[in-house]
Design a binder for this molecule. Structure first.
Ligand SMILES: Cc1ncc(COP(=O)(O)O)c(C=O)c1O
Length: 340
């Protein structure tokens, strides 16, 4: 699906008009409101399976670093098309640990897009490093490879490319830029599990990628959860050490690490939901196609633009309009949820 941009909304400055909407008619609540997200409706369809999985963990009495977590790591790695998955406590922890594994230290600079969830930048700051903004492309809302050249300095130690709203960043340009300078590329894949770019899944496109399973994500846990995925056996080994107090063996900490282990209950819940993800994704894409078909007929509304050979998973269906305040009032009056 390719949609031509309406040129009057083509500049980054106009992002103040950005308006996010993920109303899904199939999850109407109480016959009158279309909420932005209705997890209760989802739970109603999978509750029985979830309770079986939770029981399995309770019966095992193994709560941390057990079989469920290991199985989930394999399953997510396979989905992303990489060799290794390292489950951690949140998407934010995934970013912090990925940055550390890539050697980012206090005083370093990391190139990130300015238009993302705050955690992309705060993960950099958490290490004492400096997030440096390289601007986005106004059609995709993702890092523009052409902007990297303007922002790189001798202190640049890594690049984080965010796949915002479920659409991949232009990874060919970003990775080519990084490879030529020997800089690692971290994908912030928190919003785009299952998306693909020119036939390859997000999460497999850089050196290391971070996922969030925050409850509202396309694959959401029943609490905080995250994962790091990578092709690199070396990085995976380091990350397993870092997420578990820097331990290379029981009570042997070879470096200062962290406690960021995904618990077994969340892993078991995520494994159930993962089985449904392909169908949920198709459903999101069908809804998005219908929205885009209809919005394309309305002057002044810019639907999401999906470049050729990108597969968008629509974590958010985001449109741009001139007067979002007025539109939000109309939507609110009609009982349709929306968010900026
Ligand atoms: C783009 C992006 N990066 C990072 C995160 C952080 O993930 P978490 O909330 O699991 O820490 C999120 C989600 O919240 C996100 O949307």
């Amino acid at each position: 699906m390719t949609v031509q941009p309406q040129t009057s909304y083509g500049s980054v400055q106009n992002l103040r008009y950005t308006f996010h909407m993920i109303a899904n008619p199939s999850v109407t609540t109480a016959g009158q409101t279309t909420p932005v997200l209705d997890l209760a409706a989802q739970y109603a369809t999978i509750g029985a399976e979830i309770r079986v999985a939770v029981d399995r963990v309770l019966n095992s009495q193994q709560f941390v670093l057990g079989r469920e977590g290991a199985a989930l790591e394999e399953e997510i790695a396979r989905l992303c098309g990489v060799a290794h998955g390292i489950a951690v406590a949140s998407g934010t922890d995934a970013l912090i640990l990925a940055l550390r594994a890539c050697g980012v230290q206090a005083g370093d600079e990391v190139l990130i897009p300015p238009f993302t969830f705050v955690a992309t930048g705060s993960a950099v700051s958490a290490l004492g490093a400096k997030p440096v903004f390289a601007d986005i492309h106004p059609n995709t809302y993702n890092l523009n490879p052409a902007e990297l050249e303007r922002r790189i300095t001798p202190r640049t130690r890594a690049i984080i490319a965010v796949h915002l709203y479920g659409l991949a960043a232009d990874m060919d340009g970003i990775v080519a830029f990084a490879r030529a300078r020997n800089i690692p590329v971290i994908e912030d894949n928190a919003q785009a599990i299952g998306a693909s770019y020119k036939g390859r899944r997000t999460g497999s496109l850089g050196d290391i990628a971070c996922l969030s399973f925050y409850p509202t994500k396309n694959l959401g846990a029943y609490g905080d959860a995250g994962m790091i995925v990578t092709h690199s056996t070396e990085l995976a080994g380091r990350l397993r050490t870092l997420r578990n107090h820097g331990q290379t063996a029981k009570y042997v900490s070879s470096e200062p690490g962290w406690n960021s282990r995904l618990d077994e209950l969340q892993a078991a819940i995520l494994r159930v939901k993962l089985l449904h993800l392909p169908a949920w994704q198709k459903s999101r894409q069908a809804h998005a196609a219908e929205y885009t078909r209809q919005f394309s007929q309305i002057p002044g509304v810019m639907p999401p633009i999906v470049p050729e050979r990108y597969e968008h998973v629509f974590h958010q269906y985001t449109i741009r309009v001139e007067d979002r305040g007025a539109l939000q009032t109309v939507l609110c009056d009609a009982g349709i949820g929306s968010a900026v």
